[in-house]
Design a protein around this ligand. Structure first.
Ligand code: ATP
Ligand code: MG
Ligand code: MG
Ligand code: MG
Length: 473
Protein backbone atom coordinates (compact mmCIF):
# COMPACT_ATOMS: atom_id res chain seq x y z
CA UNK A 1 0.00 0.00 0.00
CA UNK A 2 1.31 3.38 -0.96
CA UNK A 3 1.59 6.02 1.74
CA UNK A 4 -0.46 9.19 1.25
CA UNK A 5 1.16 12.59 1.71
CA UNK A 6 -0.58 13.03 5.07
CA UNK A 7 0.51 9.60 6.28
CA UNK A 8 4.07 10.20 5.22
CA UNK A 9 4.26 13.66 6.82
CA UNK A 10 2.87 12.21 10.03
CA UNK A 11 5.26 9.27 9.88
CA UNK A 12 8.26 11.60 9.75
CA UNK A 13 7.03 13.66 12.71
CA UNK A 14 6.19 10.50 14.68
CA UNK A 15 9.61 9.02 14.07
CA UNK A 16 11.37 12.01 15.54
CA UNK A 17 8.80 12.34 18.31
CA UNK A 18 9.72 8.79 19.32
CA UNK A 19 13.31 9.97 19.44
CA UNK A 20 12.45 12.69 21.95
CA UNK A 21 11.69 15.63 19.64
CA UNK A 22 8.90 18.13 20.21
CA UNK A 23 6.70 18.64 17.17
CA UNK A 24 6.32 22.30 16.23
CA UNK A 25 3.70 23.55 13.76
CA UNK A 26 4.84 25.15 10.53
CA UNK A 27 5.56 28.85 10.92
CA UNK A 28 4.29 31.57 8.59
CA UNK A 29 5.89 31.85 5.15
CA UNK A 30 6.54 35.47 5.99
CA UNK A 31 9.71 35.80 8.07
CA UNK A 32 9.11 37.25 11.52
CA UNK A 33 11.67 39.84 12.63
CA UNK A 34 14.10 38.72 9.96
CA UNK A 35 14.93 41.38 7.38
CA UNK A 36 17.47 39.12 5.65
CA UNK A 37 14.85 36.90 4.03
CA UNK A 38 11.94 37.61 1.70
CA UNK A 39 10.29 34.23 2.35
CA UNK A 40 10.83 31.37 4.74
CA UNK A 41 12.79 29.04 2.47
CA UNK A 42 13.62 26.14 4.79
CA UNK A 43 12.87 24.71 8.20
CA UNK A 44 16.02 26.15 9.68
CA UNK A 45 15.04 29.67 8.65
CA UNK A 46 12.44 29.54 11.43
CA UNK A 47 14.90 28.22 14.00
CA UNK A 48 17.51 30.97 13.92
CA UNK A 49 16.47 32.33 17.31
CA UNK A 50 17.19 28.97 18.94
CA UNK A 51 20.49 28.45 17.21
CA UNK A 52 21.80 31.93 17.98
CA UNK A 53 20.76 31.53 21.62
CA UNK A 54 18.35 34.46 21.76
CA UNK A 55 15.46 32.11 22.63
CA UNK A 56 15.79 28.90 24.62
CA UNK A 57 13.36 26.21 23.41
CA UNK A 58 11.44 24.05 25.88
CA UNK A 59 12.89 20.96 24.27
CA UNK A 60 16.27 20.99 22.55
CA UNK A 61 15.11 18.43 20.00
CA UNK A 62 12.58 19.81 17.55
CA UNK A 63 10.86 18.42 14.48
CA UNK A 64 8.55 20.10 12.00
CA UNK A 65 7.13 20.19 8.53
CA UNK A 66 7.79 23.73 7.35
CA UNK A 67 6.07 25.53 4.47
CA UNK A 68 8.81 26.98 2.27
CA UNK A 69 8.96 29.22 -0.78
CA UNK A 70 11.96 29.45 -3.11
CA UNK A 71 11.75 32.02 -5.83
CA UNK A 72 15.13 30.99 -7.20
CA UNK A 73 13.38 27.84 -8.41
CA UNK A 74 10.59 29.56 -10.39
CA UNK A 75 12.09 28.70 -13.73
CA UNK A 76 12.80 25.12 -12.69
CA UNK A 77 9.12 24.39 -12.13
CA UNK A 78 7.88 21.91 -14.70
CA UNK A 79 11.31 21.64 -16.25
CA UNK A 80 12.92 19.51 -13.56
CA UNK A 81 11.16 16.63 -11.85
CA UNK A 82 11.99 17.88 -8.39
CA UNK A 83 11.44 21.63 -7.99
CA UNK A 84 8.45 23.66 -6.89
CA UNK A 85 8.25 27.23 -5.69
CA UNK A 86 6.23 26.06 -2.65
CA UNK A 87 7.21 22.89 -0.87
CA UNK A 88 7.23 21.34 2.56
CA UNK A 89 10.50 20.75 4.29
CA UNK A 90 10.49 18.01 6.87
CA UNK A 91 13.19 18.55 9.44
CA UNK A 92 14.73 17.47 12.69
CA UNK A 93 16.73 19.91 14.76
CA UNK A 94 19.13 19.62 17.63
CA UNK A 95 19.72 22.83 19.55
CA UNK A 96 23.01 22.05 21.26
CA UNK A 97 21.82 18.53 21.99
CA UNK A 98 22.75 15.54 19.78
CA UNK A 99 25.20 15.87 16.90
CA UNK A 100 26.52 13.91 13.90
CA UNK A 101 26.27 10.40 15.27
CA UNK A 102 22.57 10.51 16.13
CA UNK A 103 21.61 12.63 13.13
CA UNK A 104 23.10 10.18 10.64
CA UNK A 105 22.01 7.06 12.51
CA UNK A 106 18.39 8.24 12.71
CA UNK A 107 18.30 9.36 9.10
CA UNK A 108 19.51 5.92 8.06
CA UNK A 109 17.02 4.19 10.34
CA UNK A 110 14.11 6.26 9.04
CA UNK A 111 15.05 5.61 5.41
CA UNK A 112 15.96 1.92 5.55
CA UNK A 113 14.16 0.30 8.49
CA UNK A 114 11.25 -1.97 7.48
CA UNK A 115 9.28 -0.21 10.23
CA UNK A 116 9.67 3.10 8.47
CA UNK A 117 10.41 3.84 4.79
CA UNK A 118 12.14 0.55 4.05
CA UNK A 119 14.26 1.90 1.19
CA UNK A 120 16.85 -0.43 -0.33
CA UNK A 121 20.28 0.73 0.94
CA UNK A 122 21.68 0.04 -2.53
CA UNK A 123 19.51 2.89 -3.83
CA UNK A 124 20.87 5.40 -1.34
CA UNK A 125 23.93 7.61 -1.72
CA UNK A 126 25.35 10.39 0.38
CA UNK A 127 27.70 13.28 -0.18
CA UNK A 128 30.04 14.59 2.50
CA UNK A 129 32.41 17.50 2.97
CA UNK A 130 35.89 16.11 2.16
CA UNK A 131 37.43 17.27 5.45
CA UNK A 132 34.55 15.87 7.46
CA UNK A 133 36.04 12.42 8.14
CA UNK A 134 33.83 12.07 11.21
CA UNK A 135 30.65 12.05 9.12
CA UNK A 136 32.23 9.66 6.59
CA UNK A 137 33.05 7.21 9.36
CA UNK A 138 29.54 7.28 10.79
CA UNK A 139 27.99 6.70 7.37
CA UNK A 140 30.13 3.61 6.94
CA UNK A 141 29.21 2.35 10.40
CA UNK A 142 25.45 2.63 9.83
CA UNK A 143 25.76 0.61 6.65
CA UNK A 144 26.04 3.02 3.72
CA UNK A 145 28.01 1.15 1.03
CA UNK A 146 31.49 2.66 0.86
CA UNK A 147 31.30 3.43 -2.85
CA UNK A 148 28.04 5.31 -2.22
CA UNK A 149 29.79 7.99 -0.16
CA UNK A 150 30.78 10.90 -2.39
CA UNK A 151 33.15 13.63 -1.23
CA UNK A 152 32.16 17.08 -2.41
CA UNK A 153 33.88 20.39 -1.71
CA UNK A 154 30.59 22.29 -1.97
CA UNK A 155 29.05 20.40 0.96
CA UNK A 156 29.15 23.39 3.22
CA UNK A 157 25.80 24.91 4.11
CA UNK A 158 25.71 28.66 4.46
CA UNK A 159 22.59 30.81 4.01
CA UNK A 160 24.26 34.08 4.84
CA UNK A 161 24.00 35.53 8.30
CA UNK A 162 23.29 32.74 10.80
CA UNK A 163 24.30 29.19 11.60
CA UNK A 164 26.35 27.15 9.11
CA UNK A 165 28.72 24.21 8.78
CA UNK A 166 29.58 21.12 6.73
CA UNK A 167 26.66 19.08 5.48
CA UNK A 168 25.83 15.68 4.15
CA UNK A 169 23.19 15.14 1.51
CA UNK A 170 21.26 11.99 0.77
CA UNK A 171 20.32 10.93 -2.74
CA UNK A 172 17.97 8.27 -4.03
CA UNK A 173 18.84 6.41 -7.20
CA UNK A 174 15.79 6.60 -9.45
CA UNK A 175 17.34 4.08 -11.82
CA UNK A 176 19.07 4.09 -15.16
CA UNK A 177 15.88 4.95 -17.01
CA UNK A 178 16.13 8.38 -15.38
CA UNK A 179 19.62 9.12 -16.63
CA UNK A 180 19.60 12.45 -18.35
CA UNK A 181 23.33 12.58 -18.97
CA UNK A 182 25.54 9.92 -20.56
CA UNK A 183 27.09 7.22 -18.33
CA UNK A 184 30.57 8.71 -18.83
CA UNK A 185 29.44 12.31 -18.35
CA UNK A 186 31.45 14.02 -15.58
CA UNK A 187 28.11 15.11 -14.09
CA UNK A 188 26.92 11.52 -13.69
CA UNK A 189 27.16 11.23 -9.89
CA UNK A 190 24.95 11.98 -6.87
CA UNK A 191 25.19 15.74 -6.46
CA UNK A 192 25.91 16.23 -10.17
CA UNK A 193 23.52 17.23 -12.92
CA UNK A 194 22.04 13.78 -13.42
CA UNK A 195 18.38 13.73 -12.32
CA UNK A 196 18.73 9.97 -11.85
CA UNK A 197 20.14 10.74 -8.41
CA UNK A 198 17.40 12.61 -6.59
CA UNK A 199 18.51 14.75 -3.67
CA UNK A 200 16.07 13.99 -0.87
CA UNK A 201 17.63 15.10 2.41
CA UNK A 202 20.22 17.56 3.58
CA UNK A 203 21.76 17.13 7.02
CA UNK A 204 23.64 20.16 8.24
CA UNK A 205 26.20 19.87 11.00
CA UNK A 206 25.94 23.37 12.21
CA UNK A 207 28.97 24.33 14.21
CA UNK A 208 29.71 27.89 13.14
CA UNK A 209 27.85 31.17 13.19
CA UNK A 210 28.14 33.41 10.11
CA UNK A 211 28.17 37.00 11.43
CA UNK A 212 26.91 40.09 9.64
CA UNK A 213 30.51 41.26 9.20
CA UNK A 214 31.34 38.06 7.29
CA UNK A 215 33.24 36.36 10.12
CA UNK A 216 32.72 32.74 11.10
CA UNK A 217 32.80 31.99 14.81
CA UNK A 218 32.31 28.72 16.69
CA UNK A 219 28.86 28.24 18.10
CA UNK A 220 28.88 27.63 21.83
CA UNK A 221 26.85 24.46 21.17
CA UNK A 222 26.87 22.41 18.02
CA UNK A 223 23.55 22.03 16.30
CA UNK A 224 21.88 19.81 13.77
CA UNK A 225 19.43 20.98 11.21
CA UNK A 226 18.05 18.85 8.45
CA UNK A 227 15.70 19.34 5.54
CA UNK A 228 13.92 16.65 3.61
CA UNK A 229 11.75 17.53 0.64
CA UNK A 230 8.36 16.01 1.37
CA UNK A 231 7.19 15.99 -2.25
CA UNK A 232 10.41 14.38 -3.48
CA UNK A 233 10.23 11.45 -1.09
CA UNK A 234 6.52 11.19 -1.82
CA UNK A 235 7.30 10.84 -5.53
CA UNK A 236 9.38 7.76 -4.65
CA UNK A 237 6.73 6.36 -2.32
CA UNK A 238 3.96 6.85 -4.87
CA UNK A 239 5.97 5.65 -7.89
CA UNK A 240 5.61 9.05 -9.49
CA UNK A 241 8.09 10.06 -12.20
CA UNK A 242 8.08 13.63 -10.83
CA UNK A 243 6.80 15.39 -7.71
CA UNK A 244 3.65 16.27 -9.62
CA UNK A 245 2.11 12.82 -10.10
CA UNK A 246 1.40 12.57 -6.38
CA UNK A 247 -1.71 13.14 -4.32
CA UNK A 248 -0.50 16.67 -3.56
CA UNK A 249 -0.80 17.83 -7.17
CA UNK A 250 -2.95 15.45 -9.22
CA UNK A 251 -6.31 16.73 -7.93
CA UNK A 252 -5.26 20.29 -8.89
CA UNK A 253 -4.09 19.10 -12.30
CA UNK A 254 -7.31 17.18 -12.94
CA UNK A 255 -9.41 20.19 -11.98
CA UNK A 256 -7.34 22.27 -14.41
CA UNK A 257 -7.88 19.70 -17.18
CA UNK A 258 -11.63 20.18 -16.80
CA UNK A 259 -11.23 23.88 -17.51
CA UNK A 260 -9.58 23.22 -20.87
CA UNK A 261 -11.45 22.14 -23.98
CA UNK A 262 -9.72 18.78 -24.30
CA UNK A 263 -6.17 19.05 -22.98
CA UNK A 264 -4.80 16.11 -21.07
CA UNK A 265 -1.93 16.08 -18.60
CA UNK A 266 0.91 13.89 -19.86
CA UNK A 267 -0.10 14.02 -23.51
CA UNK A 268 2.70 16.29 -24.65
CA UNK A 269 5.60 18.02 -23.01
CA UNK A 270 4.55 21.65 -23.47
CA UNK A 271 1.04 21.14 -22.10
CA UNK A 272 2.28 18.98 -19.25
CA UNK A 273 4.72 21.69 -18.21
CA UNK A 274 1.91 24.25 -18.28
CA UNK A 275 -0.25 22.06 -16.01
CA UNK A 276 2.65 21.69 -13.59
CA UNK A 277 3.36 25.41 -13.49
CA UNK A 278 -0.29 26.17 -12.75
CA UNK A 279 -0.52 23.52 -10.01
CA UNK A 280 2.67 24.77 -8.41
CA UNK A 281 1.90 28.46 -8.58
CA UNK A 282 -1.62 28.19 -7.19
CA UNK A 283 -0.27 26.43 -4.11
CA UNK A 284 2.38 29.08 -3.60
CA UNK A 285 0.09 32.06 -3.96
CA UNK A 286 -2.68 30.45 -1.89
CA UNK A 287 -0.38 29.78 1.04
CA UNK A 288 1.40 33.12 0.73
CA UNK A 289 -1.89 35.01 0.77
CA UNK A 290 -3.12 32.87 3.68
CA UNK A 291 -0.05 34.06 5.57
CA UNK A 292 -0.76 37.70 4.80
CA UNK A 293 1.03 38.55 1.54
CA UNK A 294 -0.82 40.40 -1.24
CA UNK A 295 0.02 40.99 -4.90
CA UNK A 296 1.77 44.32 -5.43
CA UNK A 297 4.57 45.94 -7.33
CA UNK A 298 7.42 45.28 -4.93
CA UNK A 299 9.02 42.58 -2.80
CA UNK A 300 6.82 39.67 -1.82
CA UNK A 301 3.84 41.20 -3.55
CA UNK A 302 5.71 41.32 -6.83
CA UNK A 303 6.54 37.63 -6.53
CA UNK A 304 2.83 36.88 -6.16
CA UNK A 305 1.97 39.09 -9.11
CA UNK A 306 4.59 37.38 -11.21
CA UNK A 307 3.39 33.89 -10.22
CA UNK A 308 -0.29 34.64 -10.83
CA UNK A 309 0.43 36.18 -14.22
CA UNK A 310 2.77 33.36 -15.15
CA UNK A 311 0.05 30.85 -14.23
CA UNK A 312 -2.47 32.75 -16.36
CA UNK A 313 -0.11 32.83 -19.30
CA UNK A 314 0.17 29.06 -19.03
CA UNK A 315 -3.60 28.74 -18.70
CA UNK A 316 -3.86 30.70 -21.93
CA UNK A 317 -1.42 28.26 -23.53
CA UNK A 318 -3.80 25.46 -22.56
CA UNK A 319 -6.66 27.38 -24.14
CA UNK A 320 -8.35 28.32 -20.88
CA UNK A 321 -10.34 31.52 -21.31
CA UNK A 322 -10.46 34.18 -18.64
CA UNK A 323 -9.61 34.11 -14.95
CA UNK A 324 -9.38 30.55 -13.69
CA UNK A 325 -6.59 30.15 -11.16
CA UNK A 326 -8.77 31.31 -8.29
CA UNK A 327 -11.12 28.36 -8.86
CA UNK A 328 -8.33 26.01 -7.83
CA UNK A 329 -7.97 27.51 -4.35
CA UNK A 330 -10.58 25.20 -2.71
CA UNK A 331 -8.83 22.19 -4.24
CA UNK A 332 -5.51 23.29 -2.72
CA UNK A 333 -7.28 23.86 0.59
CA UNK A 334 -8.84 20.40 0.56
CA UNK A 335 -5.57 18.60 -0.21
CA UNK A 336 -3.69 20.36 2.55
CA UNK A 337 -6.29 20.97 5.25
CA UNK A 338 -5.56 17.97 7.45
CA UNK A 339 -2.23 19.53 8.36
CA UNK A 340 -2.61 23.14 7.17
CA UNK A 341 -6.15 24.46 7.67
CA UNK A 342 -5.25 28.03 6.68
CA UNK A 343 -6.11 27.89 2.99
CA UNK A 344 -9.51 26.29 3.54
CA UNK A 345 -10.19 28.69 6.41
CA UNK A 346 -9.59 31.70 4.18
CA UNK A 347 -10.47 30.27 0.80
CA UNK A 348 -12.95 32.91 -0.30
CA UNK A 349 -10.62 35.77 0.59
CA UNK A 350 -7.68 34.09 -1.15
CA UNK A 351 -9.77 33.35 -4.23
CA UNK A 352 -10.98 36.95 -4.32
CA UNK A 353 -7.46 38.35 -4.24
CA UNK A 354 -6.27 35.99 -6.97
CA UNK A 355 -9.34 36.58 -9.14
CA UNK A 356 -8.91 40.32 -8.90
CA UNK A 357 -5.29 40.07 -9.97
CA UNK A 358 -6.17 37.69 -12.80
CA UNK A 359 -9.00 39.82 -14.14
CA UNK A 360 -6.77 42.84 -14.49
CA UNK A 361 -4.17 40.83 -16.34
CA UNK A 362 -6.77 39.07 -18.48
CA UNK A 363 -7.92 42.44 -19.88
CA UNK A 364 -4.63 42.80 -21.72
CA UNK A 365 -3.43 39.22 -21.90
CA UNK A 366 -4.64 38.43 -25.42
CA UNK A 367 -3.24 41.55 -26.99
CA UNK A 368 -0.08 41.31 -24.90
CA UNK A 369 0.50 37.76 -26.03
CA UNK A 370 0.00 38.59 -29.67
CA UNK A 371 2.45 41.48 -29.35
CA UNK A 372 4.90 39.15 -27.63
CA UNK A 373 4.54 36.60 -30.44
CA UNK A 374 5.11 39.29 -33.05
CA UNK A 375 8.21 40.49 -31.21
CA UNK A 376 9.55 36.96 -30.96
CA UNK A 377 8.97 36.27 -34.65
CA UNK A 378 10.67 39.54 -35.59
CA UNK A 379 13.62 38.98 -33.25
CA UNK A 380 14.16 35.49 -34.65
CA UNK A 381 14.75 37.01 -38.07
CA UNK A 382 16.89 39.75 -36.62
CA UNK A 383 20.60 39.04 -36.47
CA UNK A 384 20.87 40.29 -32.85
CA UNK A 385 18.23 37.77 -31.73
CA UNK A 386 17.21 40.27 -29.08
CA UNK A 387 13.93 41.84 -28.02
CA UNK A 388 14.47 45.56 -27.58
CA UNK A 389 14.23 47.10 -24.11
CA UNK A 390 11.50 49.47 -25.19
CA UNK A 391 9.38 46.57 -26.47
CA UNK A 392 9.81 44.60 -23.24
CA UNK A 393 8.87 47.77 -21.42
CA UNK A 394 5.77 48.22 -23.52
CA UNK A 395 4.72 44.68 -22.64
CA UNK A 396 5.25 45.53 -19.00
CA UNK A 397 3.71 48.95 -18.92
CA UNK A 398 0.79 48.56 -21.28
CA UNK A 399 0.04 44.85 -21.00
CA UNK A 400 1.15 44.04 -17.45
CA UNK A 401 3.77 41.45 -18.42
CA UNK A 402 6.36 41.24 -15.65
CA UNK A 403 9.83 41.54 -17.20
CA UNK A 404 10.63 37.97 -16.22
CA UNK A 405 7.71 36.60 -18.26
CA UNK A 406 9.00 38.29 -21.39
CA UNK A 407 12.51 37.13 -20.59
CA UNK A 408 11.45 33.50 -20.14
CA UNK A 409 9.41 33.44 -23.34
CA UNK A 410 12.34 34.94 -25.20
CA UNK A 411 14.70 32.41 -23.68
CA UNK A 412 12.42 29.53 -24.67
CA UNK A 413 12.60 30.82 -28.24
CA UNK A 414 16.40 31.08 -28.09
CA UNK A 415 16.33 34.88 -27.87
CA UNK A 416 17.63 37.55 -25.52
CA UNK A 417 16.06 40.67 -24.06
CA UNK A 418 17.84 44.00 -23.76
CA UNK A 419 17.62 44.33 -19.97
CA UNK A 420 19.63 47.55 -19.88
CA UNK A 421 17.22 49.11 -22.34
CA UNK A 422 14.29 47.90 -20.26
CA UNK A 423 15.77 49.36 -17.08
CA UNK A 424 16.41 52.67 -18.82
CA UNK A 425 12.77 52.84 -19.95
CA UNK A 426 11.66 52.04 -16.43
CA UNK A 427 13.84 54.75 -15.00
CA UNK A 428 12.61 57.28 -17.54
CA UNK A 429 9.03 56.41 -16.71
CA UNK A 430 9.60 56.82 -12.99
CA UNK A 431 11.14 60.20 -13.76
CA UNK A 432 8.07 61.23 -15.76
CA UNK A 433 5.81 60.00 -12.99
CA UNK A 434 7.70 61.99 -10.42
CA UNK A 435 7.28 65.09 -12.54
CA UNK A 436 3.60 64.51 -13.18
CA UNK A 437 2.55 63.83 -9.63
CA UNK A 438 -0.95 62.73 -9.01
CA UNK A 439 -0.94 60.95 -12.31
CA UNK A 440 -2.06 57.56 -11.00
CA UNK A 441 -0.05 54.67 -12.35
CA UNK A 442 -2.04 51.65 -13.38
CA UNK A 443 -0.20 49.32 -11.01
CA UNK A 444 -0.62 51.70 -8.09
CA UNK A 445 -4.34 51.81 -8.70
CA UNK A 446 -4.43 48.03 -8.59
CA UNK A 447 -2.81 47.99 -5.19
CA UNK A 448 -5.48 50.27 -3.84
CA UNK A 449 -8.22 48.02 -5.13
CA UNK A 450 -6.52 45.11 -3.46
CA UNK A 451 -6.27 46.90 -0.18
CA UNK A 452 -10.00 47.51 -0.28
CA UNK A 453 -10.50 43.77 -0.56
CA UNK A 454 -9.58 43.28 3.06
CA UNK A 455 -13.12 42.31 3.83
CA UNK A 456 -13.18 41.95 7.60
CA UNK A 457 -15.58 39.03 7.73
CA UNK A 458 -13.29 36.83 5.68
CA UNK A 459 -9.88 38.26 6.32
CA UNK A 460 -8.69 36.16 9.19
CA UNK A 461 -5.00 36.58 8.80
CA UNK A 462 -4.61 38.63 11.97
CA UNK A 463 -6.39 35.99 14.00
CA UNK A 464 -4.34 33.23 12.43
CA UNK A 465 -1.06 34.94 13.12
CA UNK A 466 -1.97 35.59 16.72
CA UNK A 467 -2.98 31.98 17.11
CA UNK A 468 0.31 30.65 15.79
CA UNK A 469 2.88 33.22 16.75
CA UNK A 470 3.09 32.19 20.37
CA UNK A 471 3.07 28.45 19.92
CA UNK A 472 6.76 28.27 19.33
CA UNK A 473 8.31 29.78 22.44
P1 ATP B 1 18.39 21.11 -5.31
O1 ATP B 1 19.87 20.96 -5.43
O2 ATP B 1 17.64 19.90 -5.77
O3 ATP B 1 17.88 22.39 -5.89
P2 ATP B 1 18.86 22.17 -2.72
O4 ATP B 1 20.24 21.63 -2.49
O5 ATP B 1 18.74 23.56 -3.21
O6 ATP B 1 18.06 21.17 -3.74
P3 ATP B 1 18.41 22.26 0.13
O7 ATP B 1 18.64 23.71 0.26
O8 ATP B 1 19.50 21.33 0.53
O9 ATP B 1 17.97 21.96 -1.41
O10 ATP B 1 17.04 21.90 0.85
C1 ATP B 1 16.82 20.69 1.58
C2 ATP B 1 15.85 19.79 0.85
O11 ATP B 1 14.65 20.45 0.47
C3 ATP B 1 16.39 19.24 -0.46
O12 ATP B 1 17.23 18.13 -0.23
C4 ATP B 1 15.13 18.87 -1.19
O13 ATP B 1 14.67 17.58 -0.80
C5 ATP B 1 14.14 19.92 -0.73
N1 ATP B 1 13.99 21.01 -1.73
C6 ATP B 1 14.84 22.03 -1.94
N2 ATP B 1 14.39 22.87 -2.90
C7 ATP B 1 13.19 22.36 -3.29
C8 ATP B 1 12.22 22.77 -4.25
N3 ATP B 1 12.38 23.89 -4.96
N4 ATP B 1 11.13 22.02 -4.40
C9 ATP B 1 10.94 20.88 -3.67
N5 ATP B 1 11.82 20.44 -2.76
C10 ATP B 1 12.93 21.16 -2.55
MG1 MG C 1 18.15 24.28 -5.05
MG1 MG D 1 21.37 20.52 -3.97
MG1 MG E 1 20.83 20.51 -0.82
Amino acid sequence: KKLTSSEFRQMFLDFFKQHGHMVLPSQSLIPQDDPTLLWINSGVATMKKYFDGSVVPKNHRITSSQKSIRTNDIENVGKTARHQTFFEMLGNFSVGDYFKKEAITWAWEFLTSPDWLDFDPQKLYCTVYPKDTEAQKIWLEVGMPEDHIVKLEENFWDIGEGPCGPDSEIFYDRGQENNDVAEDDPENFPGGENARYLEIWNIVFSQYNHLANGQYVDQPHKNIDTGMGLERVLSILQDAPTNFETDLFLPIIHETEKMTANKKYGENKADTTAFKIIADHVRTVSFAIADGALPSNTGRGYVLRRLIRRADLNGQRLGIKGAFLYKLVPVVGKIMESHYPEVTDQKSFIAKVIKNEEERFQLTLDSGLSLLDDLIQAAKKDHDKTIAGKDAFKLFDTYGFPYELTFESAQDAGLKVDKKGFDAEMKAQKERARKARGNLQSMGAQDETLMNLKDKSEFEYGVYEEKHAKLID
